[in-house]
Design a protein around this ligand. Structure first.
Ligand code: ZN
Ligand code: ZN
Length: 258
């Protein structure tokens, strides 16, 4: 049955029109844009309503910064995030075209690499993504670069769920190119790509929530090795610590953890 579904998906994808015509490029980018902005509003909005609107009293002790948000902060964050989503959509379109032309390592039949490779490829991708982001993030904090590329993100001294994709387009570009480039070299099943993109969205919203939802115990595996709101809030406050994306290991190795 599963094999059958996969064959149908494969058949459908392979019989799609050639995407390189202008109208197809536009349509495909718009479809991605609806999905990516929809995902942003859904996840950021869900966390905002749960933690800030519906049950704020419940999480008061876990709120990291007690100060109020800047005037119109959410509006600005949403505006930048929508722009970032557009860049991610273009990256998505480029990926589909590269895939259709046979340049990517994206595969549709699980048997090709086996079941074990599904979680393994996810872990490999996330470790490489962590490494890429940690180092470009350090680079973006060089004063001359910071002003142009990364300041927009740090305008949110106190992060909110809406800060998740709030980047200047130059930073958005640096973030958007990673997945298509990786897919040229690392075989990934399209299920894994969808899971990875979902993890990325949730992780970014959780890290910018400014309410710590992970266990307080410092020795807990999650608190120790996975970045959460408490960890990333330190980055938005002090700028020179906690540069990581999902995991804390680079900050530990390079002694940039606070
Ligand atoms: Zn941030
Ligand atoms: Zn930064």
């Amino acid at each position: 049955m599963k094999e059958n579904t996969q064959s149908i998906v494969y058949f459908t994808l392979m019989n799609l029109p050639d995407f390189t015509s202008i109208s197809s490029l536009f349509l495909l980018t718009m479809i991605f844009f609806v999905i990516i902005t929809g995902r942003y509003f859904l996840v950021a909005g869900l966390f905002y309503f749960i933690f800030y609107k519906w049950f704020p009293a419940k999480f008061e002790t876990r709120k990291i910064n007690k100060k109020k948000y800047k005037k119109r902060q959410f509006e600005k964050e949403i505006k930048w995030s929508v722009l970032t989503s557009l860049l991610f959509s273009v990256a998505g379109t480029i990926t589909v075209i590269l895939w259709q032309k046979g340049y990517t390592q994206v595969y549709t039949k699980i048997d090709l690499y086996g079941w074990l490779y599904l979680p393994l490829s996810l872990v490999i991708f996330m470790l490489l993504h962590e490494t890429y982001y940690y180092w470009i993030h350090r680079w973006m904090h060089k004063p001359a670069i910071f002003k142009i590329v990364h300041k927009v993100h740090h305008d949110s001294n106190i992060a909110s769920p809406f800060t998740a994709f709030s980047f200047h387009p130059l930073e958005g570009f640096l973030q958007a190119i990673f997945l298509p480039v990786m897919l040229l070299i690392l075989p990934m099943h399209y299920y894994v790509i969808i899971i990875q993109l979902t993890i990325m969205t949730f992780s970014s919203v959780i890290n910018h929530l400014d309410i710590d939802i992970y266990p307080k115990n410092q020795n807990n595996v999650l608190t120790k090795w996975v970045i959460g709101a408490a960890h990333h809030a330190q980055h938005h406050k002090f700028f020179k610590y906690n540069f990581g994306l999902y995991f804390t290991f680079w900050d530990k190795i390079k002694k940039t953890e606070r």
